[in-house]
Design a binder for this molecule. Structure first.
Ligand code: PLP
Length: 442
């Protein structure tokens, strides 16, 4: 599409087009206690977040049976909340600016990334509706029966399909095939070989497309439309995905309490979320806003070559290509040219802002978090670590803090960086990432 760039802030646009890291504070962010969130004509609220959480709980006994790695958590797919003093020093965030914490979704079992939340939720929602419609369970049943022959015979007649840069395909493919569905993942040319191999090893059909991520989604959607027994997970417009992500907020609140952290007017919570299409970060930001009101400030992190959510905020409907960017980045989980409109709608009044990160910085931070905290993450998952730096260390970030009267609160602030993937990155590949990062971090 052609966009009227004369309406965009000229300096910001020039920096984005030069692939320089930028910070954008959202002028539409609101401190209202109650914000109505309406996406595609449907109002969503805390009740929807709880509904998603309830679905994960109903399926937990079944998941504990299907996945040995979930026995220890009784079928719960969750990650730790970690204080990160070493990484705080490594990124140069002074104590006067608050405390650095990490939400360790890079270690989420089954999927190895944040997609375990949204992707698995959508497969479970589809599974549940099939099981209910066919009288296999009621909502009060023990869902372990869905591991039995009658359920598997039913599921085997259906296909679950998805278009993915990799991680979403991993979560959906692995869960769908474990439940007994046929599973197909449409992948773009930039998807990593090891992700394709992992899926094929689980009996998932991998369909490769020569174009980018959006092209893979479109192709998958077309094939699914032609087949009534095919359920297509649509990353660009899925409410179920977004609500699956939102459920993370409820468990995180328990962890925040257990850690003795406070979130209120005197103790702001800044959350830094790597963003692809925007479904994952928007879902989590929405969930947190339901719990913490205007005391939570979500910021989205994007690669300098793929700032699709920022482009969407500035020029609705536009893609990163429309401003001359390439969408080429090593952060394959974030290599998305166009944002989800659904996520953008939900975020307009709730989003603190967006910042962009150069690939070299991703690798340097990937190295730093291994050195300082012994955590192994993938490049996409390192994007959030630039957040505290961009918010407190750039003129645009400081101006935003000033406008929102946050400067005096910073010593009592919590900076929560969401590390979104990495568990299943093969050792040799990780070693290459870390080596590249070590050279850059100096
Ligand atoms: C998918 C993904 C994200 C972002 O999720 P979106 O819903 O695409 O915005 C972030 N980090 C990693 C590692 C991912 O795989």
């Amino acid at each position: 599409m052609t966009i009227d760039t004369s309406k965009l802030p000229p300096e910001l646009l020039a920096d984005m087009q030069a692939a320089m890291p930028v910070f954008w504070g959202n002028p539409q962010w609101t401190d209202a206690a109650e914000v109505q969130t309406v996406v595609e004509g449907r109002g969503i609220s805390l009740a929807d977040v709880r509904e998603a959480q309830g679905r994960f709980e109903r399926f937990a006994p079944l998941l504990a049976r299907l996945f040995p790695e979930l026995q220890g958590s009784a079928g719960r797919i969750e990650s730790a909340l970690l204080v990160a003093p070493g990484m705080q020093r490594a990124i140069g965030l002074s104590r006067e600016q608050g405390a650095l914490w990490i939400k360790a979704d890079h270690s989420l079992p089954v999927a190895g990334s944040i997609k375990a939340r949204g992707g698995i939720h959508e497969v479970l929602e589809f599974t549940e509706s099939l099981a209910l419609d066919n009288g296999l369970v009621t909502r009060d049943s023990d869902y372990s029966v869905l591991a039995g022959a009658p359920a598997r015979a039913l599921f085997g007649r259906y296909q679950v399909a998805v278009g993915s840069t990799g991680n979403l395909g991993l979560s959906i493919g692995v869960m769908a095939s474990a439940l007994g569905f046929r599973a197909a993942v449409h992948m773009s040319s930039d998807a990593k070989e090891w992700k394709k191999a992992r899926l094929r090893a689980r009996g998932v059909e991998v369909v490769e497309h020569t174009g980018d991520y959006a092209a893979a989604v479109a192709a998958g959607r077309r094939e699914a439309d032609a087949d009534p027994h095919c359920y297509f997970v649509d990353d660009e417009r899925s409410m179920s995905l977004m609500l699956g992500y939102s459920a993370a907020a409820l468990h995180l609140r328990d962890q925040i309490e257990a850690a003795g952290l406070r979130v209120d007017a005197a103790h702001p919570l800044f959350v830094y979320l790597p963003c692809g299409v925007g479904g994952a970060p928007a879902g989590i930001a929405f969930g947190l806003r339901q719990l913490y009101g205007p005391h939570v400030y979500p910021f989205f992190a994007e690669p300098t070559q793929s700032p699709c959510f920022l482009v969407e905020m500035l020029a609705p409907g536009a893609s990163v290509y429309d401003i001359g960017l390439t969408n080429r980045t090593e952060a394959d989980g974030l290599a998305v040219p166009q944002a989800s409109e659904l996520a953008a709608q939900a975020m307009r009044p709730l989003l603190g802002g967006v910042f962009t990160v150069a690939d070299d910085t991703l690798f340097a931070d990937l190295h730093r978090v291994r050195e300082s905290e012994d955590l192994r993450i993938e490049p996409s998952a390192a994007a959030g670590f630039s957040g505290p730096r961009m918010l407190t260390g750039t003129a645009a970030g400081r101006a935003w803090l000033r406008q929102n009267n946050l400067e005096a609160r910073m010593p009592d602030a919590t900076h929560l960086v969401w590390t979104t993937g990495g568990l299943f990155v093969p050792a040799e590949e990780y070693a290459r990432f870390a080596e590249r990062g070590a050279a850059l971090a100096g």
